[in-house]
Design a protein. Structure first.
Lengths: 331, 331
């Protein structure tokens, strides 16, 4: 289905846009990954996924109408060239919201407090925060679910960043994608900790969208990925409901490694790992062999995200002294 | 099917054993990998595979009857403890040949001119050379195909080391495995070069047999491996027949990476790579981007085997100065 037609029919008419307040949305880290699209126009996924939102790490965004020929996009205080990929994606997303006010041009001010494009999903929090700001500017009064659907059109995983805590992205079955959005999971898990191991903060040479496409088109092994993901999702729900950390960690780690395995099996090979990524994995496995309840997940990048509980914090910090730790549910 | 029964019925009766000459068999490197057994008693594979034998790199073995209670096994001039894994495997293999002379005990002298257990398949050349020596000692006069079937019972990939040059291991369909053996491919490829990049020569902590089992039992992605392998085999035959090096290299590299991908997707994760393995892969990819026709394959270990042609030799040596190069078909 064509996204312009969908929006034209679906989005309510509203008044002339006004300036929004600053809206925040958290980054999220998937424990069961989104990897592969069944519809690249609407960002509909091949598999359901499950994430945890990163509390106060994310993106703050405000928008205001301007009298100009083009949108004006500011990222972390720097004006972005209108032809830059970043500005183009932002303007393309605004197009969805201004469908009934096509002459409107906006100034967008957005600030990330996480490293951009280093595998920490700033595009997810970015489109989620932008959706919230645009919702206010255009006085659309959309629900979180509707904003999740819209955010998904900007970047698939953004649909999970409309909610705090654990979030499942229901893949849905409809062609128009109106049943494909984030759904919060009620359970909380105080003390659950995510430690960011920064191997390399440079921009990736192959972005997630291109990586997914290559994997789906060239890796035979990808054919088994949906089976892996659907099994992992069920086991993660069990782990969250039973607060079984060993299950949560092992499923998340195998899921992430299976996703990377599909990339490694692509042609040309897609390996986001650096030598130091392997060294960090080996360290985690050694510590786990020694009895520490420590697991990791990785996104389409070289960095590791360690998973552990509060009572392992001191031991983990001893071995990863520069770790940046997030506790999505507090201590 | 039980291997003892099979051998009892199948192996000819011969006279009392005598001392053999020294027999050589080459190591082999698979371009389409053997990964996964459909029958672990008989080492019957899930998929057909294709290798190239390493000319003069391999194993030399001689056997002679001794008056003793147990076999005596010498490896590279060192007596192996009878309870060692190595001596046990050798004695277990001799059991197949002495089925009609069960009282016979042998002294086995075997020499590898390749690093043992560093991913260079010394078990393949080892069982192939031992099969040849035992064939002479027991005066069995078996064909190369029959010896390939027997060598397979010692170590799957050994069935390919009974032949020089390109060899296909036909997986076969019979329960008794009598149609599962190496078949030489007539084509030769002068100038084809294999460069051994030694990342780590230590023994692996998880051997291939255990690695295959874990992968088959725990990695969902393994379900797509037979499809990958059967496609790769067809394309490798094409590449060899057309002497298309780009096709040969790309299929071999994707096949090896897909095999490693199935390991990476296992639980617990099975990663044979070291940080330096990743660094070497990145170097190959960079050189290929720069226009050099250079590919690699890897077995269940951290080392890379570079694939290139004679006319790239100088350029490859410039970037990998310590490379050990084998040319299976000469210059």
């Amino acid at each position: 289905m064509n996204r312009a037609e969908l929006i034209q029919q679906w989005l309510p008419h509203g008044p002339q846009p006004i300036a929004s307040e600053t809206h925040f949305a958290p980054s999220n880290i998937a424990l069961c990954k989104y990897w592969g699209k069944r519809d690249s126009e609407l960002n509909l996924p091949v598999n359901a996924s499950l994430s945890v939102s990163l509390d106060t790490l994310g993106t703050r965004t405000a928008v205001e109408p301007i009298d100009a020929d083009a949108d004006e996009v500011w990222l972390n205080g720097e004006r972005q060239a209108p032809q830059s990929r970043f500005a183009q994606r932002v303007s393309g997303f605004i197009d969805l919201f201004r469908v009934h006010h096509p002459q409107t041009r906006l100034r967008v001010r957005t600030e990330n407090n996480i490293p951009t494009a280093a595998g920490l999903a700033s595009s997810a929090s970015g489109f989620a925060a932008l959706a919230r700001a645009l919702n206010q500017a255009f006085a659309l009064e959309l629900s979180a679910t509707d904003l999740s659907i819209l955010a998904r059109l900007g970047s698939g995983s953004a649909c999970r960043s409309l909610f705090d805590g654990f979030v499942e992205w229901q893949m849905g079955v409809r062609d128009d994608g109106l049943d494909s959005h984030g759904v919060p999971i009620e359970a909380r898990w105080p003390g659950l900790s995510i430690g960011l191991v920064k191997v390399d903060e440079r921009e990736k040479s192959v972005d997630s969208r291109a990586g997914m496409r290559r994997t789906k088109e060239t890796a035979h092994l990808y054919q088994s990925w949906p089976l892996q993901a659907s099994t992992d999702l069920i086991r993660l729900r069990e782990a969250i409901s039973a607060r079984d950390f060993g299950l949560l960690g092992s499923v998340a780690e195998q899921n992430a490694l299976s996703m990377h395995a599909t990339m490694i099996a692509s042609w040309p090979p897609l390996l986001y790992w650096q030598p130091d990524s392997v060294a960090a994995m080996q360290k985690v496995w050694q510590l786990r062999n020694d009895g520490l309840a420590l697991y990791f997940t990785m996104d389409a990048g070289p960095n590791l995200k360690l998973l552990f509980e509060q009572d392992s914090r001191d031991a983990v910090l001893e071995h990863f002294p520069t770790l940046e730790i997030v506790q999505p549910f507090g201590v």
